[in-house]
Design a binder for this molecule. Structure first.
Ligand code: NAD
Length: 498
């Protein structure tokens, strides 16, 4: 069985002392193995990044950006191969993988603007013969640790921006679907990236802890589940590093009595079940305002869900694929069981999905649960599967209170025709990314992505303008070249401009 290795100092490397199986989730069979890097291997990657830093820092931003332009072209040229690798190991359908790749490419396009983004700020004559400017300097070696659910897009949230800003990078992708991540890193080298600027180490906790503890690593970007995000943030900051750690979610959609139910049903289908619900922005709770709305929603969703197709990644007519692992499938089924045991009613039950030819795949079919309440475990925790829960409330205030009380605050949305209600919702909801009649309000590459509360640890969001800030340090220089007639004697009061 082939072993997926590392990319260190521009070279593909094997390190197979410890390995782990990589599965094809549609068949349930182990198809490859991935190397789990030792502490020494990770330290070698950090050393390569450290050695590459001075020359890369001094490379003009325009030259760094040109490599990103070529990288974008190579990503587009190799799109079929990239999507195939995503499908084989993640299980998402090829059309969904293509969407993931496109969203990733948009971050590369934004990074191509580095010369403009790094221009800094300049003020002439802040005092007599005094000019002042702020410049944004790279940090040095930075690390990224990424989740399984977007093996291409989430790494592309991080390293294109970090690298065009002049940093060097060590990436630790998810060990569950590492091939597409490694392949696109090879493409960046084909685009002309010097050896050592981007290094990829596959691995588990040992690799992550090495990055968190290594004093040469200046900053850590993390995306994954909340318990690990919290651990990463605490450990990285305790070691003096800058850190942004994006965590899990429970995204609610409020359905108001005046909502356009056709739009609600079609957009909830994609947002709840697309990618098998394995998206941190998946809508997993519909909060229906009034029993009339709830009854209509349940009846129309039930009918529409009957037409959904779950299956293998390669069949473009499928709507969504399997879950990532057998253990994750058991966890999702366990959440549906617990909702039922705690009094909710399972209206559409996807627990016994059987796909002809893929009997051992990790499939759960689309599931709809009604009469869910806030005390239930399935409501409190992130399910990360194709499960939509309906909570019934009487008023919009009650719906908003529910969302504001939840520990997560990643994404949310309101369906309404009432502009005043929508505006009130946007202003007062305690969530980082908000949609109005838009189910997946994932910010475009030139805005920034991040949740509130326990969906994000740290101050800066991912990519976009916050990405530039996260991967640079501001330095402000104040300079005077006094002309002969302006030379002054010693001054002991605070300098001011009178
Ligand atoms: P995960 O937390 O299990 O793993 C993420 C990364 O952390 C992986 O690289 C993994 O190897 C590493 N890791 C896992 N356990 C670790 C440990 N004990 N110590 C150190 N490192 C460890 O997450 P996942 O299952 O790969 O991804 C799904 C989760 O990611 C969901 O909770 C989802 O909501 C979240 N997610 C969030 C966002 C966001 O932007 N907020 C985006 C995508 C996914």
């Amino acid at each position: 069985m082939s072993v997926i290795g590392h990319l260190i100092n521009g070279q593909l490397r094997e390190d197979s002392a410890r390995t782990q199986d990589v599965f094809n989730p549609a068949t349930g069979a182990a198809s490859k193995q991935v190397a789990l890097a030792s502490r020494a291997t990770v330290e070698e990657a950090v050393a390569a990044a450290q050695a590459a830093f001075p020359a890369w820092r001094d490379t003009p931003p325009m030259k760094r950006a040109r490599i990103m332009f070529r990288f974008k072209e190579l990503l587009e040229k190799n799109a079929d191969r990239i999507c195939e690798l995503i499908g084989q190991e993640h299980g998402k359908i090829l059309h969904d993988a293509a969407g993931e790749l496109q969203r990733g490419i948009e971050n590369v396009e934004y990074a191509c603007g580095a010369p403009e983004l790094l221009k800094g700020e300049y003020s002439k004559n802040v005092g007599p013969d005094i000019d002042s400017w702020s410049q944004f300097q790279p940090l040095g070696v930075v690390a990224g640790i990424t989740p399984f659910n977007f093996p291409v897009m989430v790494p592309l949230w991080m390293y294109p921006m970090a690298i065009v800003c002049g940093n060097t990078f060590v990436l630790k992708p998810s060990e569950r679907d590492p091939s597409s991540t490694l392949f696109i890193a090879e493409l960046l080298h084909e685009a002309g990236l010097p050896a050592g600027v981007l290094n990829v180490v596959n691995g588990d906790k040992e690799a992550v802890d090495t990055l968190l503890e290594d004093a040469r690593v200046q900053a850590v970007s993390f995306v994954g589940s909340t318990p690990i995000a919290e651990y990463i943030y605490k450990t990285a900051t305790a070691h003096g590093k800058r850190c942004q750690a994006l965590g899990g979610a429970k995204n609610h959609a409020i359905v108001m009595p005046d909502a356009d139910l056709d739009n609600v049903v079609s957009s909830l289908l994609g947002a709840a079940f697309g990618s098998s619900g394995e998206r941190c922005m998946a809508l997993s709770v519909a909060v229906a305002v009034g029993d009339q709305v709830a009854d209509a929603l349940i009846s129309r969703m039930t009918e529409a869900m009957g037409k959904l197709k779950v299956g293998a990644y390669s069949e473009m007519s499928n709507d969504f694929g399997p879950l990532i692992t057998r253990q994750h499938k058991e966890k999702v089924v366990g959440h549906i069981d617990s909702a039922e045991a705690q009094g909710a009613s399972v209206v559409v039950d996807g627990r016994s999905a059987r796909i002809a030819g893929y009997e051992d795949g990790f499939f759960v079919d689309a599931t709809l649960i009604d009469r869910v309440s806030p005390e239930m475990t399935s409501y409190k925790e992130e399910i990360f599967g194709p499960v939509l829960q309906v909570v019934r409330v009487k008023t919009m205030e009650e719906a908003m209170q529910l969302i504001n009380d939840h520990e997560y605050g990643n994404g949310t949305c309101i369906y309404t025709r009432d502009g005043e209600a929508a505006r009130y919702f946007c202003d007062h909801i305690q969530v980082g990314m908000v949609g109005v009649n838009i189910p997946l309000p994932v910010p475009v590459a030139y805005h920034s992505f991040g949740g509130w509360k326990r969906s994000l640890f740290g101050d800066l969001h991912a990519y976009g303008p916050d990405g530039v800030r996260f991967y640079t340090r501001r330095k402000t220089i104040t300079q005077r070249w006094p002309s002969a007639n302006l030379r002054e004697g010693a001054q002991f009061s605070m300098p001011t401009m009178k």
